[in-house]
Ligand binder design. Structure first.
Ligand code: HPA
Ligand code: ZN
Length: 339
């Protein structure tokens, strides 16, 4: 996909990206090799050929298989650095990245190894590219709440590094309410809360995420549109949605990209952001998602600029850095307008 110069240089934040979902086949094979791990694929082409999904579970099966190559702190550092190297040239100025500790601790990798490695990557991003970040730990919703409580316990010594908690993995049959107590405990401990909802699950799950989990953003949220009263309420609350068009397309959440509900979301007055979700698997990073919406829905540059502005407002940035980045975006738009 060719990305326009306007999109390429547009300052933006990415708020919905799973660091394990940025694991490109080249790096996966290299890390597997150095760790002596055998994967079901031995070449980059073979790996990419396996990336055909018809739904979320198909994808998750492959995704959890891929993460098994990750063993050491350096592996997690290298994974994180590779993501930031890629998005630095997309003018991502701030990123809030998810990780799935249970996908690693269940394989015997210590929580500290995962967390320390990712944090080293975040420091690299700041020092090398001037990109700020927040780290969000997701609970796997197909596991039970006790497992999530154990994970929250393991996170307590890393509270300075982990800013928030989220909820991901297979949505159907795993409503947000299943995690109400652990989210309450996380909130009480000072973590911000977000949750995937309304990707495959019904609009009720979006409502539960708001009412039972106390989330400050909804990840995806597509199916909220099926409930007009809920949609109006989300708009009223200014509840941001982290929308991921290429992911939606690859996982069958939307049929074709020109049927993506982005325009309906904007018309409903929702605070929409655009994000990549699992870019190594879904055919593009954040700018490819911006470009896809321009190509398929004729979203104009001014609207994309508003979406980028939403991304800073919806972030967990501290006020001063948020103001700086909004000013940077403003200067970019003014320079373009007078060019
Ligand atoms: N949805 C739910 N869980 C996930 C995803 C997703 O798109 N990516 C990684 N874990
Ligand atoms: Zn996601």
């Amino acid at each position: 996909m060719t990305v326009s110069q306007f999109i390429r240089n547009l300052p933006k934040a990415e708020l919905h990206v799973h660091i394990e979902g940025t694991f490109e086949p080249e790096l996966m094979l290299a890390i597997a090799r150095r760790n002596g791990i055998s994967l079901p694929f031995s070449t980059v082409d073979e790996t990419r050929a396996a990336y055909r999904f018809s739904n979320l579970q198909d994808f998750l099966d492959i995704y959890y298989q891929g993460v098994s190559a990750l063993q050491t702190e350096k592996d997690f550092r290298d994974l994180t650095c590779a993501y930031f190297d890629r998005v630095a040239v997309q003018n991502v100025r701030h990123a809030e990245i998810f990780f799935d500790p249970q996908a690693h601790t269940a394989r015997g990798i210590p929580f500290a190894t995962v967390c320390r490695g990712i944090v080293r990557g975040l420091k690299y991003a700041q020092q090398t590219h001037g990109i700020t970040s927040r780290l969000i730990m997701c609970f796997l919703r197909h596991l039970d709440e006790m497992d999530a409580f154990a994970t929250l316990e393991q996170a307590m010594p890393f509270q300075r590094a982990i800013y928030g908690v989220g909820l991901d993995s297979g949505e159907a049959g795993n409503p947000p309410g299943k995690f109400a107590r652990v989210f309450a405990a996380a909130r009480a401990a000072g973590f911000r809360c977000v949750a995937h909802a309304g990707e495959e699950g019904p609009s009720d799950y979006v409502e539960e995420a708001v009412d039972l989990l106390g989330v400050q953003r909804i990840d995806h949220g597509n199916r909220a549109l099926e409930d007009p009263a809920l949609t109006a309420r989300l708009a009223e609350l200014g509840m941001p949605l982290t929308v991921c068009p290429l992911s939606n397309h690859m996982l069958g959440v939307v049929g074709a990209l020109d049927q993506h509900p982005l325009l309906a979301m904007l018309e409903a007055g929702l605070s929409v952001t655009l994000n990549s979700d699992d870019p190594a698997y879904f055919g593009g990073y954040v700018n490819d998602n911006y470009q896809a919406m321009q190509d398929h829905l004729a979203v104009d540059d001014a609207t994309l600029a508003r979406i980028a502005q939403n991304s800073f407002h919806a972030s967990f940035l501290e006020p001063q850095r948020r103001a700086e980045l909004l000013a940077e975006l403003d200067a970019y738009l003014r320079a373009g307008a007078s060019a």
